[in-house]
Ligand binder design. Structure first.
Ligand code: ADP
Ligand code: MG
Length: 322
């Protein structure tokens, strides 16, 4: 559930978009079929572009919410998607339409569903798959942060897969709460889902890129254990768990989890944002080393393909204590 602070929402929204918002009826351009997902103010539906036969996901966003005109928020979400257009880990915005009640974002379709399904399933993914998905998430987050964008709503429901089985590549969705940093001074807002947000959000402290890294820690935790680290029986309990960073790594849920995975999660789930590693630093963590090394099929030589993330610019922070 979202805890929007009414006062802060109007601040720092982007207002410039390039994608034309077409008033041509959706039904004349697309064949709209089943529902893919829904949130508080949005319904996402599977749709096929009649002219091309291409499949998309149409996100219907209500223009009026609780009696308020929310057009500016929707334009902002579009503007952020446009800023992230060259980020391969972010879902692509194909077109936009306007109906009486909604603005519809026609998005690249991610056919594999939410990684959330892999967090609650009887059968968790093997760690080799999890490190691949976390690596890709970090690539996406790193790219966003380089553009001074913070997502602020990273959670297993907002990380999708291009295919289900075998698990494809990740696509980050849902930029409704994303913000541009630095444009208008300090950003403080209370938003997101308590279970997944960092302590500084709950304490109304300044938001930085480190806020997203907390969420990556929560996502990694959920993928390896199948449990949500801070979920309490009620909202108060969840808030307390988050602000006290109450995690117990010795629990049964961790019995089959590697030490490197635990170390990775431990470094992200820390209260002080400035003590969390950046996305690029995370990519140098030994848990993700298999992702940095690529075995060339013909020569069988090991090539480091990710030098850019492990060069002098982002020195190893983890040291050799592991
Ligand atoms: P909300 O802001 O309401 O949370 P999201 O953008 O997160 O809206 O979309 C809600 C859900 O719809 C997602 O969690 C996902 O299950 C599904 N969904 C969203 N975008 C896509 C997409 N591009 N492809 C496939 N499913 C999607
Ligand atoms: Mg969402």
């Amino acid at each position: 559930r979202r805890l929007d602070s009414r006062s802060g929402l109007s601040a720092g929204l982007l207002g410039e978009i390039q994608t034309p918002v077409s008033t041509e009826p959706m039904e004349s351009v697309y064949e709209i079929t089943g529902e893919l997902g829904r949130g508080k103010f949005a319904v996402v539906k599977h749709c096929v572009e009649k002219a091309t036969g291409k499949v998309f996901a149409a996100k219907f966003l209500r223009k009026r919410r609780r009696g308020r005109d929310c057009r500016a928020e929707i334009i902002h979400e579009m503007a952020v998607l446009e800023m992230a257009r060259n980020n391969a880990r972010v879902v692509n915005l194909h077109a936009a339409h306007e109906t009486d009640h909604d603005i519809v974002l026609v998005l690249e379709y991610a056919a594999g569903g939410e990684i959330f399904d892999h967090c609650v399933s009887e059968e968790l993914l093997p760690e080799a798959q999890i490190t691949r998905l976390i690596w890709q998430t970090l690539e996406g987050v790193h790219h966003l942060h380089q553009s001074n964008l913070v997502h602020l709503d990273l959670k297993p429901q907002n990380i999708l897969l291009t295919s289900l089985s075998p698990p494809g590549d990740i696509k980050i969705v849902d930029f409704g709460l994303a913000r541009r940093l630095g444009a208008v001074g300090e950003l403080r807002e209370i938003l997101g889902t308590p279970e997944y947000v960092a302590p500084e959000i709950l304490n109304y402290e300044p938001i930085t890129t480190a806020t997203d890294l907390w969420s990556v820690g929560v996502i990694a935790y959920m993928l390896v254990t199948g449990e949500s680290p801070f979920a309490g029986d009620n909202k108060q309990e969840t808030f307390l768990n988050v602000s006290q960073v109450s995690v117990d790594y010795s629990r049964e849920a961790f019995s089959r989890v590697s030490e490197l995975a635990v170390d990775f999660i431990r470094k992200l789930l820390v209260k002080a944002p400035e003590d969390r590693p950046s996305a690029a630093e995370c990519m140098c963590h030994p848990w993700l080393w298999p992702q940095q090394i690529c075995l060339s099929p013909d020569s069988a030589t090991i090539r480091i393909v990710r030098e850019r993330s492990c060069g002098n610019k982002w020195p190893h922070r983890e040291g050799k204590e592991n």
